[in-house]
Design a protein around this ligand. Structure first.
Ligand code: HOZ
Length: 432
């Protein structure tokens, strides 16, 4: 039986000082019926909590740690940068190097601006789309999450879905009146929305593979349909690849599916575990950003020396031959193993995966193709599974509506250990 004495003590103190005791709502373990553990350190695919318990980590900091924790190439690059100074608010060569890598790797990006988080990337991309087109409205998809800026908190996924928050107080109605949200994978509803409001839409923003309502795959032809229709209506297509960027392929989902958006938002992996975001795309659009153009966006710490060092080092490793195939094989083995074990115990669930990300939706028997489907999952059962896995030393996302990520550091032993834990966890779900 794991003890969480110190974690519990820290959490009690944290609750006095920090809202909900956490600095991002998704870290609270409310929806899975326990309190968060406090992490002391990470090493390869393992994290260790304050009480000395170890876990195989499938959260990977919600995506960035695609090389695992403390990869020597990354820690070496950050240490080197650290000794030279942590921030100047003036240009540094690494920013150019990271920008060059992004432009080389991501098919549709010709120019890129670095920011500090995915939220900054999406809110800036929307401002740019509005400035460029002279239109106000945007369209998103139910259950997609694009960070916490006002315009996106409409039928949003991730923590908003986990906590069951329908819309957020503090977001003016006038702002969300400009956001239309439609179901993912539904061409008819999208077509009707575009026929009605297409001429007023600055952008359609989407996670090409939604991963914030759990992993949901685009049906054959859906991304192509969105691309075609946005061109037809003069609307910019923004891919939010904060999760899928460098995760599905070096060039993200746009490389994986061969679709060219106008703008792309990035984050997570490009920071290699430090705070970085980016947005980029067609040169003629990006040229509208200040100081080249009039659309204003800025940041004291943008392009920070430590963050760019970590980002560059991370991208260097994932460009190595066989990187993505290795991740895919490990994910396939884990996912198929889990499905088989669940089946053997009669636990109803559906596993959806692509590349090195996956979600097991509990209480489902058919593919989950949109937010409405995802919300029918048995979150109680997921909570039980989460707690049983935690007890066995496996760290999963504390929510049904998130993805599990594998990293380069997840070795076969760790994955087999995970399957043994899952077998035990499933057997407990059966008896309770
Ligand atoms: N996209 C992340 C969860 N799916 C966000 C993490 C956070 O909100 O802290």
């Amino acid at each position: 039986m794991h003890h969480h004495t110190l974690s519990n003590r820290f959490f009690e103190k944290a609750k006095d000082l920090i809202p909900g005791g956490v600095n991002s709502p998704v870290r609270a373990c409310k929806s899975v019926g326990c309190d968060p553990v406090f992490i002391e350190k990470g090493e390869e695919c393992y994290i260790y909590d304050a009480d000395g318990n170890s876990y195989v980590d499938y959260v990977c900091s919600w995506g960035p740690m695609i090389l695992g924790h403390c990869h020597p190439h990354v820690t070496g690059a950050v240490s080197e940068a650290l000794s030279l100074g942590t921030s100047f608010g003036a240009p540094t060569w690494r920013e150019v190097e990271l920008a060059r890598k992004i432009v080389d790797l991501v098919p549709s990006i010709e120019k890129v601006r670095l920011v500090n988080s995915g939220t900054e990337a999406t809110m800036s991309a929307i401002r740019l789309a509005r400035g460029f087109t002279g239109r106000k409205k945007i369209l998103k998809f139910d259950g997609c999450y694009h960070g916490h800026a006002d315009s996106f908190l409409v039928k949003a996924g991730s923590g908003v879905a986990t906590l069951g928050i329908p819309g957020s107080p503090g977001v003016p109605e006038e702002i969300v009146a400009n956001t239309i949200s439609v179901p993912f994978n539904d061409r008819d509803v999208l077509q009707a929305a575009l026929e009605q409001d297409g001429h007023q839409l600055a952008a359609v923003i989407m996670e090409p593979v939604p991963a914030n309502m759990g992993v949901v795959l685009p049906e054959d032809g859906f991304l192509e349909f969105v691309r075609e229709k946005t061109i037809e209506h003069g609307i910019l297509l923004i891919f939010d690849e904060v999760i899928t960027g460098f995760r599905l392929a070096p060039g993200g989902a746009q490389e994986f599916f061969g679709i060219m958006p106008d703008l792309t938002c990035l984050g997570k992996i490009i920071g290699g575990g430090l705070p970085v975001g980016a947005y980029g795309g067609r040169k003629d659009i990006m040229e509208n950003i200040a100081p080249s153009g009039p659309v204003y966006q800025a940041g004291t710490l943008s392009g920070n020396p430590l963050a760019t060092a970590a980002g560059i080092a991370t991208l260097e490793v994932l460009e190595r031959p066989g990187f993505y195939e290795n991740l895919r094989q490990k994910t396939e083995y884990l996912a198929e193993g889990m499905v088989e074990l669940a089946k053997a115990q009669g636990i109803p669930c559906v596993n959806q995966r692509i590349g090195s990300m996956m979600t097991t939706f509990f209480g489902q028997s058919k593919p989950v193709k949109n937010f409405q489907d995802a919300m029918k999952s048995d979150t109680e059962l997921y909570g039980k599974f989460f707690r049983a896995m935690l007890e066995e030393g496996i760290w999963l996302a504390p929510s049904q509506f998130e993805a599990a990520f594998l990293s380069l550091a997840h070795n076969w032993d760790a994955i087999d250990f995970t399957l043994e834990a899952a077998e035990l966890a499933f057997s407990q779900l059966k008896v309770s």
